[in-house]
Design a protein. Sequence first.
Length: 248
Amino acid sequence: MKIQRFQSEELPYGILERFGLTQEMLEDLPQKAIEDILDGRRSPVLPIHVTDESGEEIHARTRFAFIRMDDSSVDVVFYPQLKAGRLDRFTEEERKALLEHRPVIAPVTTPEGREIQAFHQIDQGTNQIIYVPTPVIGRNLEYAANEMKLTNAELTCLQKGLPVTVMDGDDLYTIGIDLNEKTGIRLTRGDEKKWREEQRQGFGRYNFGLNGCWVADNEGNLDYVPEASYTEELWEEMRKRNNMTLKH
């Protein structure tokens, strides 16, 4: 199976619709999320529901990603939200770091059966363990270090999974490893606290699309509200945004 750029017209919307995710709902996601999905990356954590064999409706939250099959067709894989990730293969020190939302380097076996070193991190949205081979992240870290003129000590901190805060003129920036990002690295304007808050928050509270709005709660969970079900609060928020757009 190969992961690559997908076109909207070839996506298996029918599969997702069986889980309560319609094409309109997906097209109303924030643009960054849509681009990630079309690049074969995982979606935000979204609500799904499905009816089991006994007729009971089951509700859950999950990420999903599209994959290219050997016959060139497109399929879907789900990454459901877990109560807790399995950490038994990590050392006590590594488990402590992971639970503190810091990435660690540890061996992993590829689908081909090869053992490689990789950065591991707990996906705060699903509690699943995600990983990226160390050479990929390592090269990006070196590039970022050169661009930001980081010292060897600061680069070492990054490689150990610790975010680094630096001054650029009058501005404060924090950089660190975040495997949910395309490059595996995230740069935030602000201090480490701001960097970690951004990691948890994800999208803004209101994410309006053409047919409805994805609304985030205080935990960052997204739920979809079709336009026909907008509350007065949502209409007021839309009016505010339209007025701001007109002023600019």
